[in-house]
Structure formats: C-alpha cells, structure tokens
Design a protein around this ligand. Structure first.
Ligand SMILES: [Zn+2]
Length: 275
C-alpha cells in the first residue's frame, strides 16, 4: 500500500511536470502568435517592395501601404470654391488641419476671396478644371491643356500661384474620355512636371442631395480601412451642406488613431486609381 502510494505520487509528479511543460510550450506559442499579429511589433518585411501578386490583388483604390510607417490623412476637396467652402475652411482652421482644394474657375468676388483664404490659411491649391465640362475638356489633349492653362492663369492672376498638382474631373481612370486621349493628357502633363492625384478613400458625397455627416463619415472610414496614408475625396459644392461637419468628425477620429493631417505637394507620393 505504502509502495503503491509512492508510485502513484511519482506518477502524479511526472504527469504534473508534463502538463507544466505543455502549458509553457503553449504559452510560448501563443506569445509568438501575438507578436506576429501585434501592429506595434516591427515587421521585418516592412519597407520591402510589394510582390507582383500583392500588387495584382489590390483594388482600384490601392493598398495605401506606407513606405515609412507614418500615418497621414490628406483631405482633398473637389469642385470649389462654393457656398460651403468658408464653413469647411473654418473647421480646418479651428482644428489646425491643412487640406487640399482642387478648384474650378470662379469669377465672383466671393470665389476669388476664397482662393485667397485657401492659400493664406496654409492649404494647397490644386487644379481641377476651369469649366468642369466633361464633353469639352476631354475632346482632345489640347482641349484639356487649354482648360488647365486657363485656370492656372486665372489663379496666378488672383493669388499668384500656378499649381502643378491636379485632379482629373471624374478621376484618372474615367470613362468620360477616350482612353487614347486620356493617355496623351497624362503624358503631356507629366512632361510639364505636373502631378495628378486620385484618392483611396471617399465619402460618396456626389449625390443630388447632401447626405448626413455621419453617413459620409462612415463611407470614408469604411473605404479607408486600415491604410496608413489615406487620401480622402470630398466635394466642395453648394449641395454639400454637411461637408464641414463631416470634416470635423474625420479630423477628430483620425487624430485619435494617431494620424496627422497634411496638404498635398508635388512631392507627395501620388495615389492613382488602378485597373
Ligand atoms: Zn469635379
């Protein structure tokens, strides 16, 4: 009986040690898994060029994967200046966030003074289109360049700035222009040293009426996903009465997540829609 109980005790000790070993092993395994999934842990493959397979897998808005691990949001507004530009500028000023305005040809005093405010308050001014008439500007590369130059001259005469950053009306992958014409435009603009930007997140705010700010915000956040360089397309036109509110929400949200806000420059790595 005595011997038996010693044997039993030994057996229990051996079993206990085995269990401990198993638990330790499991713990190490779990730790290893956590380290791999932890975004704070440096990824040894970060900074390496993407493999072709990854590039192929990315959607039209790109992966937005950073080269340097910085988290940046670029707020961009198309089609202004408009009746809501001042409200947008007020929010940007209050929250000290620079942005980029891809503008159209405005001839009213209010429009001209808004060009000034955009520049004076530290935002980037970019070319969208003087007329924004698709049928005219996409007729030929020459027609596009003529419209571009008209706006560049116009802005130069008012605020003394000739932007070299631009956004194609309808984006650079639009079906509004003949693909051959579009390619010719891109070639000529690149020769001039001009840089175009599309977007990799959007508010889907181009409908016939204003969407609630929360809905626009949700659209941006859903389309931005976990990209670390987020280039957001928003619209600055009279219908976008909720745009300023949405902008405030976006700034608060992304700052909380550790992003900073920047205006686009000709040296910013372009975001282009891909097929
Ligand atoms: Zn537009």
């Amino acid at each position: 009986m005595f011997i038996k109980s010693i044997r039993l005790k030994n057996l229990m000790l051996v079993a206990g040690a085995a269990l401990l070993g198993l638990a330790l092993g499991l713990g190490i395994l779990l730790l290893g898994t956590k380290a791999a999934a932890d975004p704070e842990t440096p990824d040894p493959s970060a900074g390496l060029p993407e493999t072709p397979a990854e590039s192929e897998a990315q959607d039209a808005m790109g992966t937005g994967k950073p080269e340097d691990g910085e988290k940046i949001v670029y707020l961009t507004f198309d089609d202004g200046p408009s009746a809501v530009t001042a409200d947008i500028l007020d929010v940007l000023k209050e929250k000290e966030a620079p942005a980029t305005f891809f503008v159209i040809g405005a001839t009213t005093e209010r429009g001209k003074s808004l060009y000034h405010r955009i520049v004076d308050e530290g935002h980037a001014l970019g070319i969208h289109s003087y007329s924004h008439r698709y049928q005219e500007i996409y007729q030929s590369a020459d027609a596009y360049l003529q419209d571009f130059d008209r706006l560049a001259d116009h802005l130069d005469s008012i605020v003394g700035v000739r932007p070299t950053i631009f956004r194609f009306p309808g984006g650079s992958l639009n079906n509004l222009a003949d693909p051959v014409v579009l390619e010719e435009i891109k070639e000529k603009m690149s020769e001039r040293g001009c840089v175009w930007f599309d977007w990799n997140a959007l508010a889907k705010d181009d409908k016939a009426s204003a969407a609630p700010a929360q809905e626009m915000f949700d659209n941006v956040v859903a389309s931005a996903g976990d990209k670390e360089k987020i280039l957001i397309l928003l619209h600055d036109d009279a219908l976008r009465t909720t745009a300023a509110e949405c902008v405030g929400m976006l700034i608060d949200h992304y700052r909380e997540l550790g992003y900073r806000f920047e205006a686009l420059t000709p040296d910013t790595e372009p975001v282009h829609l891909v097929q």
